[in-house]
Ligand binder design. Structure first.
Ligand SMILES: N[C@@H](CCC(=O)N[C@@H](CS)C(=O)NCC(=O)O)C(=O)O
Length: 314
């Protein structure tokens, strides 16, 4: 079937760990999707035409609706494809809290271990252009020496935290929160997959975590749903021809008096803090959707999560 305004398009690249989180969710839900490969470093002119400046990967596009950050991407996938749910066992919402742990604490430890291992010469990702790009992304020097020094300390940190997961699996369940995979599994798994792809030496302690090793294989075997490829030009054409399906909705409990029609600026609270400005369409405790336009894509609505993002009137 040719792609259209309803197709799920993931702007991604294959060695992107956060993209892997979403690809595992595609696997869990059996979703058919289009991979639109983006550059690993800036510039990303097609991506930023869609997002208004947000540069991180992945970004999901459905027609003229653009979802920035895995949290809002997975939330939207759950809304459109509720079964099987990402919520497993007793999880009705705390799974998102677990993603704060996996996406910040564990991910940062994995990054230090991977790039701290660079001295061994087995890391092709971190060339000069990549380092410069990541300095601009984080606003901090890409200090290889400091990462080399931090790597053993971070190995202790990641081992201790993954050991919690090893214990979590001791009740006999196949997945972290029950007998099927969900948000918690996708969120922990992508960190391990990232190390496995680019710096497997960083995972030697895994030999002593047999339950987690078996779990890793089970999550990998879930696959990625049905993947097709799409060019960036085609993705832009789809956005341009489509109209957003987001409805105007005021949030009665909005604490800062934000209302549809107001101009607001949204930015991530950690790294890649490029501000994105637009007109508020709808908002809630968990999302904000803003309308903006660009010559190449026409009018689009860009969606962000609230946890981990700042919203300011502009
Ligand atoms: N909070 C974001 C984090 C995304 C993230 O850090 N992505 C990495 C790649 S996996 C990134 O964008 N790195 C810079 C780049 O690719 O330009 C999310 O959940 O989507």
């Amino acid at each position: 079937m040719p792609a259209n305004a309803h197709s799920i398009i993931l702007h991604q690249y294959d060695v992107s760990p956060f993209s892997e989180k979403v690809r595992v969710i595609f696997g869990i839900k059996g979703i058919e999707w289009y991979a639109c490969d983006e550059p690993v470093i800036m510039p990303k002119p097609e991506l930023t035409a869609l997002t208004g400046g947000y540069r991180k990967i992945p970004v999901m596009q459905i027609g003229a609706d653009i979802y920035c950050d895995t949290q809002i991407i997975i939330r939207e996938l759950e809304r459109r494809y509720p079964s099987p749910s990402i919520y497993v066992g007793a999880d009705k919402g705390f799974g998102w809290g677990l993603t704060v742990w996996t996406d910040r604490s564990i991910f940062q430890a994995a990054v230090a271990i991977i790039f701290g291992g660079m001295a061994d010469g087995d890391n092709e990702l971190a060339n000069e252009a990549f380092r410069k790009d990541r300095e601009a992304l984080t606003g901090r020097p890409f200090d290889t020496k400091a990462m080399q020094q931090a790597a053993p300390l971070m190995a202790d940190q990641i081992r201790a935290q993954l050991d919690w997961a090893e214990h979590q699996l001791s009740g006999g369940d196949e997945f972290l929160l029950g007998d099927r995979a969900g948000l918690a599994d996708a969120s922990l798994y992508y960190n391990i997959a990232f190390m496995r792809w680019v710096y497997p030496k960083g995972l030697t302690f895994f030999d002593h975590m047999p339950r987690l090793a078996a779990w890793e294989k089970r999550v990998r075997d879930l696959g990625h749903g049905t993947r097709h490829e799409m060019s960036r030009a085609e993705a832009l054409n789809i956005a341009k021809a489509a109209t957003s399906t987001e409805e105007v909705r005021a949030d009665p409990a909005e604490p800062n008096k934000l209302k549809p029609g107001m101009r607001v600026t949204v930015m991530a609270d950690d790294y890649g803090r490029d501000p994105i400005t637009g007109e508020l369409v709808s908002s809630s405790a968990q999302h904000i959707a803003i309308k903006r336009s660009d010559d190449r894509v026409g009018e689009v609505v860009v969606h962000f999560p609230r946890a981990g993002f700042f919203v300011m009137p502009s």
